[in-house]
Design a protein around this ligand. Structure first.
Ligand SMILES: [Zn+2]
Ligand SMILES: [Zn+2]
Length: 377
């Protein structure tokens, strides 16, 4: 078993994560540790490969179950690839369904730049009205001094002598039984090599830059929904176009809606809230007011004879529908609250009331405790 670390930790996901969460986490981690984005950092490459392994296990329902039950030992009968010996470009082509055509690297290099992903957290009130947010993220951009070639200004890159400018090399194994084409180890698929390196990008042709963008989040958005900002991702990979010609990737902004203290649940555009209800209100009925998600009071009636846990539906007092003025309903769950302390008068009245109901209650003990503890209730 190549890895001994916890696969969930490697991808930074919860054990309860859905397949979609795992896929997203893998994409994010793989982009973070991608060797092209961490030049000269062997730890990043090792982490990149560890992520591929973790994903291979957790994305497969059967393997994941075995791993959940027996840990790494559970995978002995169903082993995963040892990614440590694999080429980065090969890993990308293995998980092509995730990275799509944008992954770059060697033979799968595509004209489009990488997509990037970032997260933004908003309050439920902001999801109700829609809001603007500034997101800050890092991306690789074409290095300006060298124009993306990686060569010191004034010099030019030369054709790679190892692959003859092909970007890939062929290897034969088992006496010529199979032929494998891999990314050229010298130029890493870029077809040429740089002798005099540009100082700013150290020959990479790309530099990491910080970017801030305003994002408009529409009203009615749900937790986990993604806003795509097209053309805000990375430029075309250098092995395809050093100057970054061709379309940039996109930026995916994953919107997280925070949990709300009073609106404890959201079901589509409907909201669920809990309303405390005194015994007298439950028995006699009452008109109550509740602060709505729009900040305005919501008036509704607790019907006489309401029971604990019953639900009152207030129509059109829920969330807005996505990009619409239509609203869902508010479901108010009534919660009977029994007072923990009573005044003498309340106790007397309740005891009298109990008599009318002909039920047995404690009365005498309370006055006994009062005698020995004058500060107690
Ligand atoms: Zn080469
Ligand atoms: Zn440069």
């Amino acid at each position: 078993m190549p890895q001994t670390r916890c696969y969930y930790e490697i991808l930074s996901v919860e054990k309860t994560a859905s397949q979609e969460d795992i896929k997203r986490a893998y994409r994010r981690q793989a982009m973070k540790w991608h060797p092209d984005r961490n030049p000269g950092n062997p730890e990043a490459e090792a982490e990149f490969k560890a992520c591929a392994e973790a994903y291979e296990v957790l994305s497969d329902a059967e393997r994941r179950q075995l791993y959940d039950r027996h840990g790494h030992a559970g995978l002995r009968q169903n082993p995963v690839h040892d990614f440590r010996t694999r080429d980065v470009a090969d890993i990308f082509s293995m998980f092509n369904d995730i990275f799509g055509q944008q992954a770059g690297g060697g033979r799968r290099a595509a004209a489009r730049g990488f997509d990037l992903e970032t997260e933004v957290e908003i309050e439920l009130e902001e999801a109700f009205t829609g809001c603007e947010r500034e997101v800050e993220f890092k991306r690789l951009d074409v290095c300006e001094p060298c124009g993306g070639t990686g060569a010191k200004p004034g010099s030019k890159p030369a054709q790679c002598p190892t692959c003859g400018g092909q970007g890939q090399v062929a290897q034969t194994g088992f006496g010529g039984m199979f032929r494998m084409v891999t990314t050229c180890p010298e130029c890493r698929g870029r077809r040429n090599v740089v002798k005099d390196k540009c100082e700013k990008c150290r020959g990479q042709g790309r530099v990491s830059t910080k970017r801030k963008l305003g994002v408009r989040i529409p009203n009615g958005i749900s937790d986990g929904q993604v806003i795509r900002l097209s053309g805000e991702g990375e430029p075309t990979p250098p092995e395809v176009s050093p100057e970054g010609k061709g379309p940039r990737g996109d930026l995916h902004v994953v919107v997280r809606v925070s949990e709300h203290e009073r609106f404890v649940e959201r079901r589509g555009a409907d909201l669920v809230a809990v309303q405390p209800m005194a015994f007298a209100q439950a028995a006699l009925g009452a008109q109550v007011s509740f602060e709505g998600i729009d900040g305005e009071p919501v008036e509704f009636e607790i019907p006489a004879g309401s029971q604990h846990g019953e639900v009152v539906v207030v129509e059109r007092a829920g969330m807005t529908e996505l990009q619409s003025k239509e609203r869902g309903d508010l479901h108010v769950v009534l919660q009977l609250v029994v007072p923990k302390k009573l005044t003498d008068e309340q106790r007397k009245l309740l005891a009298e009331y109990a008599q009318t109901e002909r039920v047995e209650v404690r009365g005498g003990e309370q006055s006994f405790w009062k005698k020995i503890n004058p500060f107690g209730g």
